[in-house]
Design a protein around this ligand. Structure first.
Ligand code: GUN
Length: 298
C-alpha cells in the first residue's frame, strides 16, 4: 500500500483571476472618475474555429466586466494575408487602441510570423513580438505572454517559494513552454528554478519528470501526465485544454487537461484543476498587460 504524506492544495485560478480582475476594475473606475482614457483591447479573429471563438469571446466579455473598451474584428477564413496585415496596421495607427491581439491559430495560408511582427510592440499585449520575447529573455520589463504570465501570477499569489526547485516544462511552444522555461529560470520569485524543457524527442521523460519539484504540462495531449511520472509532493501546473468528444455533454465535448488529475492530485503539494486553473489566469494576465499598455502610452 502506498502512503501519501503531503496535504494537497488546489491552485484555484478562478479565485486568483477574480482578485486580479477586481483590482483592475477598481483602477479602471478611478480612471473614469478622473476623466482619463480607459484601456482598449482590440482582438482580431480570423475564421470561425470553435475554440478560438470561445477564447476571444471570454476576452471581450472580461473587458466589459472590468470596464475596459474592446473591439472585436472578425475576418473571414479566406482573407488574404495582405488584408489581415492592413487590418493590424489600422489598429497600430489608431491612438485609441492600447492592445492588439490576433487569435491563433491562423489559417495555413497566413504566416504567423508576419502577423506577429506587424503588431506594434507597444501594443503587443500577447507578448509574442520578437521585441517582447527578447526583452523577457533579458529580464527587462515587457509584455509577458498571457499563459506563462498567468502561471507566474498564480505561484506568486500562493506565495510558493520556487527558489532552487527543479522545474520540468513539457512542451516548447512559443506561446507557453518556451517562455515558461525562461521565466522559471529567471532571477526572481517565482523563478530561480533549474529548468529542464522536454518535447517530443525527449528520452526518458518519465525519469526526468520523477525528478521534478514543479511540472508544467503544456503539450496538448489529454491526461498525458500520469501518477507514475510524478514525485511525491510535486507542484503540478496543467496548461492543457483539449476538447474531447463526449456524448454525455450537451455541447458534445468535455475539456481535458494534460494531467490525469484524479490520480496525480493525491501525490501533489499543489495542483491546478482543468477547468478553473490556468485558463482563467491567462485572461487575467492579458487584462493586466492591456492595462499596462494603456498606462505606458498615456
Ligand atoms: N491561441 C492560444 N493561446 C493564445 C494566446 O494566448 N493568444 C493568442 N492570440 N492566441 C492564442
Amino acid at each position: 500500500m502506498e502512503v501519501y504524506l503531503c496535504a494537497m492544495q488546489i491552485l484555484d485560478g478562478q479565485i486568483v483571476s477574480q482578485a486580479t480582475k477586481d483590482k483592475l476594475k477598481l483602477k479602471t473606475g478611478q480612471l473614469i472618475a478622473a476623466g482619463k482614457k480607459v484601456p482598449h483591447l482590440a482582438a482580431i479573429l480570423v475564421g470561425n474555429n470553435g475554440a478560438s471563438e470561445t477564447y476571444v469571446g471570454s476576452k471581450v466579455k472580461t473587458c466589459e466586466e472590468i470596464g475596459f473598451k474592446s473591439t472585436l474584428v472578425r475576418l473571414p477564413e479566406d482573407i488574404s494575408e495582405f488584408k489581415l496585415l492592413s487590418a493590424i496596421q489600422d489598429l497600430n495607427d489608431d491612438p485609441d487602441v492600447d492592445g492588439i491581439l490576433v487569435q491563433l491559430p491562423l489559417p495555413k495560408h497566413i504566416s504567423d510570423e508576419k502577423v506577429i511582427n506587424t503588431i506594434d510592440p507597444s501594443k503587443d499585449v500577447d507578448g509574442f513580438h520578437p521585441v517582447s520575447v527578447g526583452r523577457m529573455v533579458q529580464g527587462l520589463p515587457t509584455f509577458i505572454a498571457a499563459t506563462p504570465h498567468g502561471i507566474m501570477l498564480m505561484l506568486e499569489h500562493y506565495k510558493i517559494d520556487t527558489r532552487g526547485m527543479h522545474a520540468v516544462v513539457i512542451g516548447r511552444s512559443n506561446i507557453v513552454g518556451r517562455p515558461m522555461s525562461i521565466l522559471l529560470s529567471g532571477n526572481g520569485n517565482p523563478g530561480n528554478c533549474t529548468v529542464t524543457i522536454c518535447h517530443s524527442h525527449t528520452k526518458n521523460l518519465k525519469e526526468i519528470c520523477l525528478q521534478a519539484d514543479i511540472i508544467v504540462a503544456a503539450l496538448g495531449r489529454p491526461e498525458f501526465v500520469t501518477a507514475d511520472m510524478v514525485k511525491e509532493g510535486a507542484i503540478v501546473i496543467d496548461v492543457g485544454i483539449t476538447r474531447v468528444t463526449d456524448p454525455t455533454k450537451k455541447r458534445g465535448y468535455s475539456i481535458k487537461g494534460d494531467v490525469d488529475f484524479r490520480n496525480v492530485a493525491p501525490k501533489c503539494s499543489y495542483i491546478t484543476p482543468v477547468p478553473g486553473g490556468v485558463g482563467p489566469m491567462t485572461i487575467a494576465a492579458l487584462m493586466k498587460n492591456t492595462y499596462r499598455a494603456c498606462m505606458e502610452k498615456n
